[in-house]
Design a protein around this ligand. Structure first.
Ligand code: FMN
Length: 317
């Protein structure tokens, strides 16, 4: 089974991706990058330097762009494909955020199939790399059009699709509709990656069964748990899997923090780490009392002390 890390803005940066690759992820995608912003930003602008950064320990990495102006998308695809860092250009046609759909980008493109197809066609023409599309199953329950949409973008040249089994209206709530992903897989001849609600080995096996997909993309399930890739791979190979001991989780959280700080400096690195720390310790005994302090931590040594407290509690009980 091929396992991808689903793109997540503010999360799937080079440090987190590196950890996921180390633990069995086969393909990752950058956080979404605005095509227009990328084209107009000064070359050294931090935001783009960070968004496009790639570590040496990473495996195949696609870069994801969003936008609604075909010319911008085409130029961004051309330039990004020439950087020699990425294996594919992925087009975001699934983001539900108001500021993205307000500009007719992301999942708003599912309401305008001719524009979506035009964007794909232009990007395919301009890019040196394969162009892929990440989509949802439709705008809302009344307008599910995943099959029609998937046919149009693959006819326009998309080389593969990732389908998140929710509508834009659902955002991230309700249950992902894997049956609809199965319909897309049957309707197109390019590889389809199933996405949505894969939280553990059991849901991964079930999703693969229902969708018939040979590739799965994991988003929120990997937060604080990059080991999920290893767990799922083991399940597909019929091998036993043991969850990592608490010490290993803490060591990984600290390493994540150290790498983040080495990259972005202590202040921004710590700010970005807080959410990850919260995810790493989720479910550990005694964490409720420490959560606020972890959230306010300003240095890694402070985090180290707080995690050591948790570890002592764990081993004493
Ligand atoms: C915080 C967050 C940020 C996300 N950012 C992106 C993004 O930049 N591009 C994208 O295509 N999808 C984005 N997504 C959607 C995920 O890639 C994925 O489709 C969705 O979370 C469903 O998968 P899951 O149930 O495994 O989390 C984001 C999701 C979350 C929770």
């Amino acid at each position: 089974m091929h396992l991808a890390l689903a793109p997540m803005a503010g999360i799937t940066d080079q440090v987190f991706r590196g950890l996921c690759f180390e633990k069995g992820c086969d393909l990752a995608t950058t956080e979404m990058v605005s095509a227009q912003g990328f084209l107009t930003a000064p070359k050294d602008r931090n935001a783009y330097r960070f968004l496009l950064a790639r570590q040496e320990n990473e495996g195949p990495l696609a870069v994801q762009i969003f936008g609604s102006v075909p010319e911008h998308m085409e130029m961004a695809a051309a330039r990004l494909s020439e950087m020699g860092l990425f294996c594919a250009i992925d087009i975001n046609m699934g983001c539900p955020a108001q500021k993205v759909v307000g500009g007719q980008s992301g999942s708003a493109l599912m309401k305008d199939i001719p524009l979506a197809a035009e964007i794909v066609k232009r990007c395919v023409r301009a890019s040196l790399l394969p162009v892929t599309v990440k989509m949802r199953i439709g705008w809302d329950e009344e307008s599910i059009n995943a099959v029609e949409f998937a046919k149009a973008v693959t006819d326009a040249g998309a080389a593969a699709l990732t389908v998140h089994g929710r509508t834009r209206k659902q955002q991230y709530s309700g249950k992902a509709n894997w049956e609809e992903i199965a319909k897309v897989r049957e309707a197109v001849s390019v590889p389809v990656t199933a996405n949505g609600d894969i939280w553990d080995a059991a849901s991964a096996l079930e999703c693969a069964k229902v969708t018939g997909c040979a590739s799965l993309a994991i988003g929120r399930g990997a937060l604080g748990n990059p080991w999920l890739f290893r767990e799922i791979k083991a399940a597909f190979n019929g091998e036993a899997y043991e969850k990592p001991p608490f010490e290993e989780i803490m060591e990984t959280a600290l390493r994540h923090g150290r790498e983040m700080i080495a990259w972005k400096g202590e202040k921004s690195g710590m700010l970005e780490m807080r959410k990850h720390l919260g995810w790493y310790v989720t479910g550990q005994r005694g964490v409720a009392k420490l959560r606020t302090r972890l959230n306010l931590a300003t240095s890694l040594s402070e985090v180290e002390q707080l995690l050591a407290t948790l570890l002592r509690r764990e081993t004493e009980e």
